[in-house]
Design a protein around this ligand. Structure first.
Ligand code: GDP
Length: 534
């Protein structure tokens, strides 16, 4: 059981306040997988290192399309891992690490209340970290910074913090500080904990704990290289002197990030990070819907679908919708209203995802992620609610920048193709656009890797081999405006109009210049690069 059964409203309040729903953002290779594993290890959710990868590999063997992920060493899917420590329930949402998957990542980040930004100490801010950070900033998500691999030669800690702070325009304040880096690495100073942790022997675990009143007291400590320790303390004093002190409000507003230096592989700094997440990481945040704010402590259940994954079990054509709960106490069997479908849905078999297994959900609260198996009723962006019709804001579609016509190898399979493309569109793998004047569908993606994933999945999972044909369009825009004006535009541009899966008209432009001209010539219409769902 994840939690004891609770019934009084006061107990419910305490319940959601114990949730920490977060994601780890990083550039590939910075150490996200290793850190995830060590967090699970520190919480007791797994017992042996290597299990996150092992689990990943098992899963991969189940579905061939994941070969792509294996070959390219990237993570295509995102999943959820729930673990508990000291009475706090952590829901860690895995974000795909590749820039091609910015849409999927965007949606995952819409479901978290905090993020841990992992940075390689030898590299500083890298391109993907920066992009993901910008996505977090759009929602002012509080960020923890974990500067990883201090056991390797890296950049100087003050230089690193300077670089991060300047690049991201983010205030930083140190929580753990390295005593030496690379072969000099001896331990960490836990700044708010007023203690230092050292290895008893070089390269060993940080088991020696030395409390202090001020970091300077550590200078001259027995058993630690005096030069390395003095340099570290000096650096820390300098950093504390120039950097702003920790301020909870500033952190919660996303302006200030606590920095944890550490080494995921050596489990250094991981417990401090977890303590920080549990101690002052935000509990479920209020969400905007229908122009009002939905508070997590409200009695009625609400939540939204941020991800749909098909064929998690290839033996069943099942599809799991991942729902982030935003308010109320969900109970199994409950009926929730889907605002888009305008109908009630009984949630009979909801699932929780633990580090190693899945479990049926009996009860869940705001901040929790539940998986709802369904046959295509639930889509990304759907809101489920009890009592009142709610639509949460903020899971947009992005105008695809890469467009391809899909051609069937075997024309007899037109129907299967249609169904498969619909599934893939609902999962958010691609956008499917149906030109009004041409029967061959066009798929749109933000990054080319999605095209490989699509063709591989269509072939392996649906038995529908396809090939792509390039099209003469460079970009797509949703058209919005008065109906009559839109109809006039559509009539005049019939060969450049397609419908998306919601039957919304999309203008396919042959060049940026053509698009600019359309914008100029049709001032009453809007040409949208982002379409809000709802
Ligand atoms: P991801 O791509 O961000 O998930 O990164 P991984 O966790 O797979 O790590 C990438 C590589 O860095 C692997 O070879 C890890 O063993 C290594 N690595 C991760 N954390 C550390 C660390 O703290 N110190 C050192 N030296 N290597 C690390």
């Amino acid at each position: 059981m994840l939690e004891p059964t609770v019934s009084s409203p006061a107990a419910h309040e305490a319940d959601h306040a114990r949730r920490r729903t977060f994601a780890i953002i990083s550039h590939p290779d910075a150490g996200k997988t290793t850190l995830t594993e060590k967090l699970l290890l520190a919480s007791g959710a797994i017992r042996q290192a290597g299990q996150v990868k092992a689990r990943g590999e098992r899963r991969r063997t189940r579905s061939d399309w994941m070969e792509i992920e294996q070959q390219r060493g990237i993570s295509v899917t995102s999943s959820v891992m729930t673990f508990e420590r000291d009475g706090i329930v952590f829901n860690l949402l895995d974000t795909p690490g590749h820039s091609d998957f910015s849409e999927d990542t965007y949606r995952t980040l819409s479901a978290v209340d905090a993020a841990v930004m992992v940075i390689d100490a030898a590299k500083g801010i890298e391109s993907q970290t920066r992009k993901l950070f910008e996505v977090c900033r759009l929602r002012d998500i509080p960020i923890f910074t974990f500067i990883n691999k201090v056991d390797r030669e890296g950049l100087d800690p003050i230089g690193l913090m300077d670089d991060i702070s300047a690049t991201l325009a983010l205030d930083l304040t140190p929580f753990t500080w390295p005593v030496g880096m690379g072969t000099d690495f001896r331990g960490l100073i836990d700044v708010p904990g007023k203690r230092a942790l050292f290895a008893e022997e070089r390269g060993g675990p940080l088991t020696r704990i030395v409390p202090f009143a001020a970091p300077e007291d550590l200078i001259g400590l027995d058993g630690v290289d005096p030069r390395i320790l003095a340099e570290s303390v000096e650096g820390l004093s300098l950093a504390l002197g120039i950097l702003p002190p920790f301020d909870l409000d500033s952190f919660r507003e996303g302006h200030l990030s606590p920095v944890f230096f550490g080494s995921a592989i050596k489990e250094a700094g991981v417990a401090a990070l977890l303590a920080g997440l549990g101690g002052f990481g935000p509990s479920p945040l209020p969400r905007t819907a229908n122009g009002r704010i939905v508070q997590p402590e409200e009695a009625n259940v609400s939540g939204f679908v941020f991800k749909v994954q098909a064929n998690m079990d290839p033996n069943h054509r099942d599809r799991v919708a991942f729902v982030r709960l935003c308010s109320g106490t969900f109970k199994r069997g409950m009926k929730l209203f889907n605002a888009r479908e305008k109908r009630q849905m009984a949630i009979a078999n909801p699932i929780f995802f633990f580090a190693q297994e899945r479990e049926t959900v009996d009860e869940a609260v705001a901040g929790d992620i539940i998986g709802i198996p369904n046959h295509g009723m639930l889509r990304v962006g759907d809101t489920l609610s009890e009592g009142e019709t709610i639509r949460f804001e903020g899971i947009p579609d992005f105008a695809p920048e890469i467009l391809r016509r899909v051609l069937l190898a075997d024309p007899i399979k037109a129907k299967q193709l249609q169904k498969a493309l619909q599934d893939m569109a609902e999962e958010g793998v691609v956008q499917v656009l149906r030109p009004v004047a041409d029967p061959a569908p066009i798929v749109g993606v933000v990054g080319t890797l999605q095209l490989d994933v699509l063709s591989s999945r269509l072939d392996k999972e649906y038995g529908v081999p396809i090939r792509y044909e390039s099209v003469s369009y460079v970009t797509a825009r949703w058209i919005a405006g008065e109906r009559a004006e839109m109809d006039r535009f559509i009539d005049a541009n019939r060969f450049s109009i397609a419908l998306d899966r919601d039957q919304a008209p999309v203008y396919l432009a042959r060049s940026q210049w053509v698009l600019d001209r359309a914008i100029e010539e049709w001032p009453k219409l809007k040409f949208l690069a982002v379409k809000e769902r709802g």
